[in-house]
Design a protein around this ligand. Structure first.
Ligand code: PMP
Length: 305
């Protein structure tokens, strides 16, 4: 494959197949994981960055004099920065302090500027700060992944069809981590349109509120919510698995050391939930999940032992 734009390398990621019975799944059940960490920016969010910028450009909402401002745990920032390089657009990201140093270094390596907010203020603190900066910086534009209906659309348009076609529609459950909720909402909407019986299973860390627990800090990065994402209004969720930090790290290590898949802890959590789902479903079920990002961006967090 010969390309002359990095954007051509986004998407069409490989699918990895696991025999779920090795992990206590029912007889004949299989788990597939879409290896989104193999996107050029190292995460599923390359799709979003590209979609958001292309869309805003087409609508005339941004141009080369614009500064994009976005609150992010890091991967959305990297995805938007990657798209910004191509379009020659400046990017500024508001990141709560706790998120990994590597993700911040990657955003900077792609030419972005970073503003920190206190960890204790959570992602809501970063959202508020981004909104304030947008009032101060002339010609700025806030994509706001947590509110923007284009977020799920990015996945509805590309990731959903890829998953459905690669598995020829043979899917019992779709399992995905929920951060902004864009991946979950977009892919679920597409899959259910094709095959309404597909179960939609969310994954959150302990400390996220979807299963009714109290909001508190957690170490798994990229998933977990402090408020219910607006995209969930029209989507029925069949179940949500709440995964402890240690369990997410355990499976991230297992994926690295038993399969050579160097993925982050939200992939470990997604795999843990996919295994639980394979134990719950009848024999011969097919579960598909997403491995959203690369483990290289968490090496400083020492989660691989
Ligand atoms: N995993 C990781 C590592 C992420 O960075 C994100 C995005 N915050 C997600 C999962 C969840 O994706 P979404 O925002 O689409 O729910």
């Amino acid at each position: 494959m010969i390309v002359d734009e990095v954007q051509e390398l986004i998407g069409h990621t490989p699918m990895f197949q696991f025999d779920a019975t090795r992990f206590g799944g029912q007889k004949g059940s299989t788990i597939y994981a879409k290896l989104e960490y193999l996107n050029p920016g190292g995460s599923v969010k390359d799709r979003l960055g590209q979609h958001l910028l292309t869309n805003a450009l087409q609508r005339g909402e941004i141009n080369t004099a614009t500064t994009i401002i976005e609150p992010t745990a890091g991967n959305t920032g990297i995805g938007i920065a990657l798209a910004g390089v191509k379009e020659g657009i400046k990017t500024l990201f508001v990141v709560p302090e706790k998120f990994s140093l590597e993700k911040q270094q990657l955003m900077k390596a792609l030419g972005a500027e970073i503003v920190h907010t206190p960890t204790a203020k959570g992602i809501s603190g970063a959202i508020n700060k981004a909104k304030q900066l947008a009032t101060e910086i002339p010609n700025s534009y806030l994509p706001l992944q947590f509110e923007n209906a284009e977020n799920p659309k990015a996945y509805y348009n590309t990731l959903g069809p890829e998953i459905f076609n690669e598995l020829s529609g043979q899917i019992t459950s779709f399992v995905a981590g929920i951060g902004s909720g864009g991946t979950f909402a977009g892919v679920t909407a597409y899959l259910r349109e094709q095959k309404p019986t597909i179960r939609a299973i969310g994954v959150e860390p302990e400390g996220s509120i979807l299963n009714g627990g109290a909001a508190h800090g957690h170490e798994i990065e990229g998933i977990g919510v402090e408020f219910i994402p607006t995209f969930f209004e029209n989507i029925s969720i069949d179940n949500i698995y709440t995964i402890r930090d240690e369990e997410g790290f355990y499976f991230a290590r297992l994926l690295a050391q038993n399969f050579g898949l160097l993925v982050g802890s939200s992939s470990g959590a997604a795999f843990a939930a996919a295994i639980k789902e394979s134990q719950f479903l009848p024999e011969n079920s097919t579960i598909v999940t997403i491995f959203p990002d690369s483990g290289e961006r968490y090496l400083s967090k020492n989660i691989y032992g």
